[in-house]
Design a protein around this ligand. Structure first.
Ligand code: NAP
Length: 250
């Protein structure tokens, strides 16, 4: 039997890029996945179509998690649809690409709203539906601990998220709810394609990656899937890097 049969998973940013691969991997393991997204209905419909063809249970829910009204609507829908939540994956992120000295308070607040406050609001909102054996997984970035040019805003939110998740992990472990982070290196998603100086970053990443390959969304999804298995229950509060070894040389 598939290990997530009869389980419910919520994946934010679950319709595109890394989140999309995670939604598919968890659904393939038997979960009914609620894939949340903000704007791109086309990506959501494309995912639903793939799910239908493969006989997977994926329901997409549209709502900008950084916007109070649509956040409340999304949460209401989740409460109505999910009697419990066994897996919660935070993959949604957005942000302003500027040098630190060019960041206004507004830029930072906006980036924190989606990448940090929405993560905490949703976790605390859904924690009542999680029980022994549930998993919370956050997708962070090497920017959480290192410098990536013009990444100061997103990097700050990822650093804050990592600190918050350490406390989640510590507080929830006694209840047998496991919390971990997955930290991919550069993955060529639409978001990555929008990075400033992409070509330079791509060349540098390939030069300094001992495996010689970029990380793919499916590889990240496989790691997330493993973290939802019983075999991973003793992995608690870790930030697992999946980058082909690039971090070894940084
Ligand atoms: N790509 C990389 O190189 C890389 C490396 C390390 C870490 N990460 C992390 O991996 C995660 C996924 O990144 P990705 O590259 O796969 O991104 P992506 O392709 O841009 O997908 C982002 C997803 O988040 C959703 N989203 C964005 N803003 C939202 C909001 N305000 N409310 C609700 N949903 C929102 C998007 O919905 P719409 O499609 O509707 O806009 C989309 O489904 C992020 O946390 C990112 O920081 C990425």
């Amino acid at each position: 039997m598939k290990h997530l049969a009869n389980k419910i998973a919520v994946v934010t940013g679950g319709t595109r890029g890394i989140g999309r691969a995670i939604s598919l991997a968890l659904a393939e393991s038997g979960a009914h996945v609620y894939a949340l997204y903000a704007r791109s209905r086309k990506s959501a419909e494309a995912l639903e179509e793939v799910a239908l063809k493969k006989g997977l249970r994926i329901t997409t829910i549209r709502g900008d998690l950084s916007h109070e009204e649509s956040y409340s609507r999304t949460v209401r829908q989740l409460h109505e649809s999910c009697e419990r939540v066994d897996v919660l994956v935070h993959s949604a992120a957005s942000g302003v690409h500027k040098k630190a000295m060019d960041l206004s308070e507004r830029h930072l607040k906006w980036t924190f709203e989606i990448n940090f406050f929405a993560v905490h609001k949703l976790t605390t909102e859904l924690i009542g539906k999680m029980s022994k054996g549930s998993k919370i997984i956050g997708i962070t970035s090497p920017g959480g601990t290192r410098v990536i040019p013009k990444y100061a805003a997103v990097a700050s939110t990822k650093g804050a998220m990592e600190a918050l998740f350490r406390h989640y992990a510590f507080e929830l472990a006694p209840e047998e709810i496991t919390v971990n982070l997955v930290c991919p290196g550069l993955v060529m998603t639409e978001a990555a394609k929008a990075l400033p100086e992409l070509e330079q970053m791509l060349n540098m990443t390939l030069d300094y990656t001992p495996s010689g390959h970029l990380t793919t969304p499916d590889q990240v999804a496989e790691l997330v899937r493993f973290l939802t298995t019983d075999a991973a229950r003793q992995i608690v509060g870790q930030n697992i890097i999946i980058d082909g070894g690039k971090g070894l040389l940084a």
